[in-house]
Design a protein around this ligand. Sequence first.
Ligand code: DX5
Ligand code: ZN
Length: 222
Amino acid sequence: MADDMIIAPSILASDFSRLADEVSAVDRAGADWIHLDVMDGHFVPNLTFGPPVIKALRHVTDKLFDAHLMVSNPDALLDAYADAGAEIITVHAEACPHLDRTLSRIRELGCKAGVSLNPHTPADVLCHVLDRLDLILVMTVNPGFGGQAFIPAMIDKIATLKDMIGARDITIEVDGGITTETAGAVFAAGATALVAGSAIFKGDGEDGYRANIEAIRAAARD
Ligand code: DX5
Ligand code: ZN
């Protein structure tokens, strides 16, 4: 799953009062994955949605559900996210004292296993779990809110992770501040899955979302 460029709109930046319509619009507009930002008001200072909302949205689109769990105790609800229809479940390394076990459990549930790293967390926390991983999500902002500025120091981390991964089939995803200005640098460093919230949903409906997705894709390839 590591090769093609993936654009994953984050519905955090969508209109929550029309969530199903927004997911459907961004699906038709060319999203590859739907990025689902789960926040618990504890690991991050913000609160969003959980398994029941994800399950409800599962009927709206066939696109892959990329669940990013910004929660303190992800182990408690892994089964519920898998049951809700998440295909990738990404936990934060900072929230998992038994990361090896958590990743194994995600795969046992039939999902792809992802780990996210906050900006200050070094790449090498993952060096002994690479064989348990399908995806590494490099936070390019401090998690919790959309619309923040990209942290340039993360470019080096992406490159370090790319070297660490070697020939393994592991996708590097980036999340936070991804725009037409920053997409080129992260893609060149080795990230192939690009999450974008405000840069996509700033558009007006399906046509605006399509233009924004295509602009990010083109900027990444430039
Ligand atoms: C931040 C979330 C991101 C966020 C990105 O905690 O994980 O997915 O929605 O938003 P933008 O693209 O606006 O930075
Ligand atoms: Zn996210």
